[in-house]
Design a protein around this ligand. Sequence first.
Ligand SMILES: [Zn+2]
Length: 177
Amino acid sequence: MFGNLDTVPELLKNYQYKTGEKHKFLGDYYRLLVSESPTTGVMINNNSMVLNVQDTQSIQHKEFVLDMWYREQAREVFVEAMATAIVKAAPYQVSFPDLKIYRLDNRWGSCSPKSQKVILNLELIKTPKECIEYIALHEMLHFRFPNHNLSFYGALSTLMSDWKEREDMLNRKYRLT
Ligand SMILES: [Zn+2]
């Protein structure tokens, strides 16, 4: 059953936000448990993702509450991954950029050296931390090496020898579309 879910690209899934549905967080699947509550939010409890909502029938409301939670989690996890990347990339003297988190449908991240901005795809919060750390480092290195040339890949391989496995995992298990 989990194997089947893996083959459906995340952004093409037609989530209904019903109890029993599987949702991803940091590379693991959780069983959604929709619960009626005056206060909205999400709690992880063992293998369950408890979705507390005021209106258990409204797909839009449930989607919104879960989305807000993913955004909060992403902010925390991505900032940490960026900080780790900056430490790793210390020889290249990169500094903390203006970090934006958006839902992108065809890429995991982007870097704009001119405006000192890095965009990370919100969907990364559904993938393992190793993958998030790889994308963070990849984008940070673009401040020093704007293009995917040999120098870029040389630096990447020096700082993260298993980057290719992390990239393959993203493309194989967490396809966007
Ligand atoms: Zn790149």
